[in-house]
Write a protein that binds this ligand. Structure first.
Ligand SMILES: O=C(O)CCC(=O)C(=O)O
Ligand SMILES: [Fe+2]
Length: 315
């Protein structure tokens, strides 16, 4: 299901992280009727009905009709991969032999990045984001371009701090970031049967910090369904490294692959890597965060070397 787009938020300087576009008609996904039939009529009355509604609300996340969990927060997944037919999105772009998706799908693994690495990466995000932050619920930090949410806008950290940036981030921070990127790249290449050397890190690759503060600008509206290849153009393979734990650190905020009949959710946990081909076979959204703070990194890869970006480094 391809999203229809309208009123794209303006991209912020130096990064397309806020280039998500809003679908004009998002199909509302409801709980299957069978769920309702299971409840005897009597329970629809009085206190039992209230309890049933609360239970249903809780099990569905209270947001939409999610029906299946692809990766539960409490399981430690060595790796789970689901193949799905590729959409035609890739046909509208130049193809790169041995890299452009011919096998499409989505995978989740808790075995590529350790919890400790995730928490150390998160402290880099916390450090950077503490220098700014959106007035609304969604802030980004892009260590490649330097883009950082501040108020209703973005600043370029590197321009703003100049050489003093070395007092904020260390060489170890950047080294860890590079190592993590490399491991994720290898995991993607392996899952899709391609050579990691044909994958190029692309923009926007960025940290996100989401809380329940009301959105102030379109940049804060992270919850709309979208297709990364449509939204970001250069993406062929998207990955997300989660840096905090669903239901321990925040509520809501699950990742949802949107499908006819049965959406599939990924419940974030620190160190969990979710990756997928970026075309409309993987239409997705993030549920609104209801409480707490959710940290993640979106790490994107392109098959087109012209769209490649360098790792962050002190110049
Ligand atoms: O943070 C997430 O789980 C998903 C973010 C996303 O969809 C994106 O950056 O395009
Ligand atoms: Fe996305």
């Amino acid at each position: 299901m391809a999203p229809q787009r309208r009123g794209a938020p303006k991209a912020h300087e130096g990064s397309g992280a806020a280039e998500r576009r809003r679908p004009s008609s998002m199909k509302s996904v409801r709980a299957p009727r069978e769920v309702w039939r299971k409840w005897p009529r009597a329970t629809v009355l009085g206190a039992c009905a209230t309890l049933a509604a609360l239970l249903l609300w809780g099990s569905l996340g209270g947001d939409d009709g999610v029906t299946e969990v692809l990766a539960h927060r409490s399981e430690v997944l060595p790796g789970r991969f689901i193949e799905v037919p590729c959409s035609e999105d890739y046909d509208n772009h130049r193809r790169f032999e041995g890299c452009s998706p011919t096998k499409c799908g989505r995978g989740v693994t808790d075995a590529v990045i350790t919890r400790d690495e995730a928490l150390r990466i998160r402290s880099i995000a916390e450090k950077g984001l503490s220098l700014g932050g959106s007035d609304g619920g969604a802030s980004i930090l892009d260590l490649h371009s330097g883009a950082l949410s501040v108020g209703k806008h973005f600043v370029n950290l590197y321009r703003y701090f100049g050489d003093k940036i070395e007092n904020i981030f260390s060489e170890e921070d950047f080294q860890l970031y590079r190592d993590v990127r490399q491991k994720v790249q290898l995991a993607i290449a392996q899952a899709f049967g391609i050579s990691a050397s044909l994958l190029y890190l692309t923009k926007p690759t960025f940290f996100s910090r989401i809380n329940s503060t009301e959105a102030r600008t379109a940049h804060d509206e992270y919850w709309h369904a979208h297709v990364d290849k449509v939204t970001y153009g250069s993406f062929d393979y998207t990955s997300l490294l989660y840096l905090s734990d669903y239901l321990d650190d925040f509520g809501g905020g699950r990742f949802v692959f949107m499908e006819e009949g049965a959406n599939k959710t990924v419940e974030p946990r620190a160190g969990r890597v979710s990756f997928f081909t970026s075309g409309s076979e993987n239409l997705h959204r993030v549920e609104k965060v209801h409480w707490g703070t959710r940290y993640a990194v979106t790490i994107a890869f392109s098959c087109n070397p012209d769209h490649g970006i360098a790792d962050p480094a002190f110049t």
